[in-house]
Design a protein around this ligand. Structure first.
Ligand code: NAP
Length: 485
C-alpha cells in the first residue's frame, strides 16, 4: 500500500462502533489485474454483525435527534474528505476491483456526489398540512427516520453502491450497518476511516467485512432491531433476501440485475450512438447493472453502425487498470471469464456470427477480449442473461413495434437506451420501454439528482434524487382534535 499518500486509509478489519475489530481468522483480497494478494482482512461473522446492529441501535436516538443541518454539516465534511483523498481512494478501488484508474476516480466523485446531495436534501424532508375534514380537527404529517438500516453491496462499484445508500440513510437520521462484497472490502473500510475523521459519531456508520455472506446476511435481514434492509446485487440473491426480511416485515429496497436494451433507430446520429454504446457497454469491462446488454440496430443502418462500432471496440486498450492508457481492465475472477466465454460460445454454436474478439485475453486469466457478436437472436443466452463482461450482442430489427416487443421481453426492467431523432418516435419509445430509467441519445444516465432504480425483477425503491430520502423515512400522521372548544 506504498502507492497511497495517506496509508491510514488502508484498513484490514471491520469497523464497528468507532473501533477496528480483530478476528481469529483472515481472508485474502486479490488484485484481479495481477492475481496477487493485496490485503489480509480480519474475517468477521455473525458476532460482529450483531455487535454492529447493537451499536447502530444505541447510536440511533442521538443521531436522529440532531437537526438536519447538523447532520448535513457532518455529511458535508465526509464528502470533502472523500474528494480530498480521491486519488488514494481510486487507487485502492482499482487495486481491489480492477477498473481503470480514471474510471475509479469517476466512481469516487460519483459516490461522493450522493453524500453532497443528501447533506442538502436531508434539510427538505417536509411533511404536509392536510386541509381539515371538519372544523374541530387539523391533520399533519411528519417524516421520521426509520431506524437502523442494514445493507449488502456488490463488488462492481465498491465505493458508490455504499455511498448511494449511506448518504440517504444518514441524512434521514438513520444509523447504518453495511456488509460489502468480500472481494472488495478495502474501499468500504477507507470510507469508514474518513467518516470517523469527518465526525460521524461512533455506531452511526459500521462496516462488517467477512466471507460468511449467507450467515451475516441472515443476521442483517432477520434481526428485529433492523428496521430497513437495502441490497444491491443479483436478482437471485435479492429474492432470497426479500423473503428473509418477511419474518420481521422490514422496509426493503432492492437494486438488482439488468438486461438493458440499447436501440439504434435508422434516424439516429450513428457516431453519437457508437460513442454511447462504447461507454454504456465497455465501462468497467461490461460489469455494470445498467450496461447495454443487447444492442438492437434497425436493418437499414445495421451495416453502417456495426462497421463503425467494431472499429471503435477494436481500438479499446486492455490491461492493468493502474496503467495510464488502459480502457478495459480485468474481470473480477477467472470464473467470471469462464462464464462470459461460455455465453459467447453457446451463442456462436446457435448460429451467431463473431465480428471481433471472442476469446480470453493474453493479459492473463482475469482478462477477456472486447467482443462483438452479430446475428444474435432473442432466444440465445447472450440476449437472455446478464453478460457482465466486455461482449456486445448485436440484433437487427425491422420497426418500432418489433424492437419494443423484443426489448421488453425480459424479466428485468432497470435501464434502457435508444438513439433516434424523430420527436414522435422518441416519445412513443420512451413511454413504451418497460424500464425504470431510459437514456435517450445518451449512454451514461446516472447522477445524484436523478432517481436510480428498476421495475419488474430489477428491484424496487429509488436511490438518489429527492425520492431517495423517502426509502429511509416513515410518514407519521398526526390528527389534532378538539380544536373548536
Ligand atoms: P451477488 O452475488 O448477488 O452478490 C452481491 C452481494 O451479496 C455481495 O456482497 C455478496 O457477498 C452478497 N451475497 C451473495 N450471496 C448472499 C447470500 N445468500 N446472503 C447474503 N449475502 C449474499 O451479486 P454480484 O455478482 O456480486 O454483483 C453483480 C450483480 O449486482 C449483478 O446482477 C448486477 O446487475 C447487480 N447490480 C445491481 C445494481 C443496481 O443498482 N441495480 C448495481 C450494481 C450491481 P460475497 O461477494 O462476499 O459473496
Amino acid at each position: 500500500m506504498e502507492l497511497l499518500k495517506d496509508t491510514a486509509l488502508f484498513k484490514q478489519a471491520s469497523f464497528v462502533n468507532g473501533a477496528w475489530l480483530s478476528a481469529e481468522s483472515f481472508f485474502s483480497v486479490t488484485n484481479p489485474a495481477t492475481g496477487k494478494v493485496i490485503a489480509e482482512i480480519a474475517d468477521a461473522g455473525v458476532v460482529e454483525a450483531e455487535l454492529a446492529i447493537q451499536a447502530a441501535k444505541n447510536a440511533f436516538n442521538t443521531w436522529s435527534s440532531l437537526s438536519a443541518n447538523e447532520r448535513g454539516s457532518i455529511l458535508r465534511r465526509w464528502f470533502e474528505l472523500i474528494i480530498l483523498h480521491q486519488e488514494d481512494l481510486a487507487r485502492l478501488l482499482t487495486l481491489e476491483q480492477g477498473k481503470p484508474l480514471a474510471e475509479a476516480k469517476g466512481e469516487i466523485s460519483y459516490g461522493a456526489s450522493f453524500i453532497d446531495w443528501f447533506a442538502e436534501e436531508g434539510k427538505r424532508a417536509y411533511g404536509d398540512v392536510i386541509p381539515m375534514p371538519s372544523a374541530d380537527k387539523r391533520l399533519v404529517t411528519i417524516k421520521q427516520a426509520v431506524g437502523v438500516v442494514a445493507a449488502i453491496t456488490p463488488w462492481n462499484f465498491p465505493h458508490a453502491m455504499i455511498a448511494r445508500k449511506a448518504a440517504a440513510a444518514l441524512a434521514a437520521g438513520c444509523t447504518f450497518v453495511v456488509r460489502p462484497a468480500s472481494q472488495t472490502p478495502l474501499s468500504a473500510l477507507a470510507m469508514a476511516e474518513l467518516a470517523q475523521r469527518a465526525g460521524v459519531p461512533d455506531g452511526v456508520f459500521n462496516v462488517v467485512v467477512g466471507t460468511a455472506a449467507r450467515a451475516i446476511g441472515k443476521v442483517l435481514t432477520e434481526h428485529p432491531d433492523v428496521a430497513k434492509f437495502t441490497f444491491t446485487g443479483s436478482t437471485a440473491v435479492g429474492k432470497a433476501l426479500i423473503s428473509q426480511c418477511a419474518g420481521t416485515v422490514k422496509k426493503v429496497s432492492m437494486e438488482l440485475g439488468g438486461n438493458a436494451p440499447f436501440i439504434i433507430f435508422d434516424d439516429a446520429d450513428l457516431d453519437a450512438a457508437v460513442q454511447g454504446a462504447i461507454v454504456s457497454k465497455y465501462r468497467n469491462a461490461g460489469q455494470t447493472c445498467v450496461c447495454a446488454n443487447r444492442i438492437f440496430v434497425q436493418e437499414k443502418v445495421a451495416r453502417a453502425f456495426t462497421d463503425k462500432f467494431v472499429k471503435a471496440v477494436a481500438a479499446l486498450k486492455v490491461g492493468d487498470g493502474l496503467a495510464q492508457d488502459t480502457q478495459i481492465g480485468p474481470l473480477i475472477s477467472p470464473q467470471a471469464v469462464t462464464d462470459v466465454d461460455s455465453l459467447v460460445n453457446s451463442s456462436l454454436q446457435g448460429g451467431a456470427e463473431l465480428l471481433l474478439g471472442g476469446e480470453r485475453h493474453a493479459a492473463g486469466e482475469y482478462f477477456y477480449q472486447p467482443t462483438v457478436v452479430a446475428k444474435v437472436t432473442q432466444d440465445m443466452p447472450l440476449a437472455q442473461e446478464e453478460i457482465f463482461g466486455p461482449v456486445s450482442p448485436v440484433i437487427t430489427f425491422k420497426d418500432e413495434a418489433e424492437v419494443l416487443a423484443m426489448a421488453n421481453d425480459t424479466d428485468y426492467g432497470l435501464a434502457a437506451y435508444f438513439y433516434a431523432r424523430d420527436i414522435g418516435r422518441i416519445w412513443r419509445v420512451a413511454e413504451g420501454l418497460e424500464f425504470g430509467m431510459v437514456g435517450i441519445n445518451e449512454g451514461i444516465i446516472s447522477n445524484a439528482a436523478a432517481p436510480f432504480g428498476g421495475i419488474k425483477q430489477s428491484g424496487n425503491g429509488r436511490e438518489g434524487s429527492r425520492y431517495g430520502l423517502e426509502d429511509y423515512m416513515e410518514i407519521k400522521y398526526l390528527c389534532f382534535g378538539g380544536l373548536d372548544k
